[in-house]
Design a protein around this ligand. Structure first.
Ligand code: HEM
Ligand code: HEM
Length: 207
């Protein structure tokens, strides 16, 4: 077969630009470290928030000081990477184009389709209403967990911020519930990524 006989295919458009993919995977690593070390901090707390412990095997850091070291190291990665992603998301118009508008009617229709296993994934460059809502929601949970984390890290220096959460103790609960929301998102998110492998491929190679 000669080269001429091979039909020229237009190079398919990039679904996720490189900056989205790089910041997404850095965020995934930073989040896993924050979750694992946060669970170890939770277990080690002399004043536990809840009357249960998390399995030691899924925590990170070994003991309180080790976990705090991991938590405060990955914090920088999480925050700087998150700021890059949000700045570029706003500046390039990606957030506006991909995450908005979210229409209640579409949300209900897409939820129904999803529950019946009929949600279309033909065009990965367009998010359905459920994806938009979940991605926007986890972005907000990310902002809340960082702000509540800062307010329990520096409750004196950042007392206005701590007060905004209703004080130190309340900020600890907010921090924990934001973690729970992120973990719940992550479980669903990873299952869906594995069920639609081409979406995982697009988040790795771009298309
Ligand atoms: C800027 C980001 C963050 C900062 C400054 C921060 C700071 C802190 C601090 C100071 C503590 C110790 C609280 C105590 O002594 O009881 C803590 C605990 C914890 N963190 Fe974070 N954190 C951040 C992000 C995260 C993230 C992203 C997660 C998980 C998704 C997370 C999960 C937890 C958990 C589960 C605890 C234990 C809760 C408790 O028992 O009070 N943190 N964090
Ligand atoms: C570690 C396991 C993870 C895997 C396998 C994974 C996989 C993926 C995949 C395949 C996509 C594209 C999906 C699509 O087309 O809808 C995606 C997008 C996304 N993921 Fe994850 N992810 C992981 C962790 C996380 C974490 C920890 C967060 C946040 C807490 C997160 C937040 C997002 C967001 C916001 C998007 C949309 C990004 C954009 O379009 O700008 N992911 N992820």
């Amino acid at each position: 077969m000669t080269a001429e006989a091979v039909p020229m295919r237009a190079p398919s458009a990039v679904i996720h630009p490189r900056w989205v993919r790089v910041t997404h995977w850095i965020n995934a690593v930073a989040m896993l470290v924050m979750i694992g070390s946060g669970w170890e901090i939770y277990n080690a707390s002399p004043l536990p928030l809840f009357p249960f412990q998390l399995p030691k095997s899924i925590t990170l850091g070994g003991w309180l000081a080790g976990a705090l070291a991991w938590h405060f190291a990955a914090m920088w990665l999480l925050v700087i990477n998150g700021m890059v992603y949000v700045t570029l998301g706003l500046a390039t118009g990606r957030f506006r184009a991909k995450l908005f508008p979210i229409r209640p009617r579409e949300l209900i229709a897409d939820l129904g389709a999803a529950l019946r296993g009929r949600l279309s994934h033909d065009d990965l460059s367009i998010y359905n209403a459920m994806q938009k809502l979940l991605y926007l929601g986890v972005l907000c949970a990310g902002v809340v967990i960082v702000l509540s984390g800062l307010s329990i890290w520096k409750p004196i220096q950042l007392q206005e911020l701590t007060a905004l959460f209703g004080g130190y103790d309340a900020a600890r609960y907010v921090h924990f519930f934001a973690m729970s929301a992120i973990v719940a998102f992550l479980v669903v998110h990873v299952i869906l990524a594995l069920l639609v492998p081409k979406s995982l491929r697009a988040m790795i190679v771009g298309k």
